[in-house]
Design a protein around this ligand. Structure first.
Ligand code: GLP
Length: 244
């Protein structure tokens, strides 16, 4: 794991966008695994700005998102499909047919989850997987538990995640209780992983991800085993980590 220190959110966002931009420049038809949440919004803004400036071309890029709330249609303003459109896809020249987010309304979800994994594999797996991290160390929606689940699956969200994400909904009762998420195997198959984190609220999770035991109680800790994982985090998120 390589840790890159950023001064603050803006610096983290610029550094993360530069890494993703390098991937797209070096391999214009790359496969990006993408994330939602507050953390990547600045990264996506920087990517959109680089596109506007004529420095990036997304026309051949394929994307696969990590997760989606179960039961939300893609046009719901809290769905992750909607988030991706508004925060990135509508601002760059990506072909929407090349963008993939798990379908929150999938009916036979076990088959649909298996198809999602098969599609990621058929695309050649992610060249670069962008990740945020939950306050409880989750990645995607892989919540703390007794095991690392390999493939895309349906999860029950923990109370802490429902609480954390309720800030984006009108009321906590509106937060879906379940979600679909890429599994840890789907994530670990990426050739490179970029984790971004900011703020003191992430400090414990970032510490446990980088320095804790590799255990499903902190799902992100598995990334210590990834051969090419970069963590870009600001000073507050790194405040519990040893200064290197
Ligand atoms: C959400 C998403 C994750 C995200 C995390 C942190 O629940 N499922 O993919 O990384 O929680 O979100 P935020 O960036 O808003 O802190």
């Amino acid at each position: 794991m390589r840790i890159v220190r950023a001064k603050d959110y803006e610096d983290m966002s610029r550094k993360a966008a530069a890494i993703i931009a390098a991937q797209v420049t070096l391999k214009p038809d790359c496969v990006l695994g993408l994330a939602t949440g507050s953390t990547p919004i600045g990264t996506y803004k920087n990517l959109a700005a680089a596109y506007e400036a004529g420095d990036l071309d997304f026309s051949q890029v394929k994307t696969y998102n990590l997760d989606e709330y179960r039961g939300l249609p893609g046009d719901h303003d809290q769905s992750y499909r909607y988030f991706m459109n508004v925060n990135l896809f509508d601002h760059v020249n990506i072909d929407k047919a090349n963008t993939h987010v798990p379908d929150g309304l999938m009916e036979d979800y076990e088959a649909a989850c298996a198809e999602y994994d098969a599609a990621v594999a058929a695309a050649g797996h992610q060249d670069l997987q962008l990740l945020g991290i939950g306050n409880n160390g989750h990645i995607g929606f892989n919540e703390p538990g007794d095991a690392f689940v390999k493939g895309t699956h349906c999860v029950d969200l923990t109370e802490s995640t429902i609480q954390a994400n309720s800030r984006l909904f009108d009321s906590i009762d509106d937060v879906p209780r379940q979600a679909y998420t890429m599994g840890i195997g789907t994530i670990m198959a990426a050739r490179s992983v970029l984790v971004i984190a900011n703020g003191e609220v992430k400090a414990q999770a970032v510490h446990d991800m980088c320095y804790g035991p590799i255990a499903p109680s902190c799902q992100a800790s598995i990334l210590q085993l990834h051969p090419n994982c970069i963590v870009v985090a600001d000073e507050a998120a790194l405040s519990l980590c040893p200064a290197e």
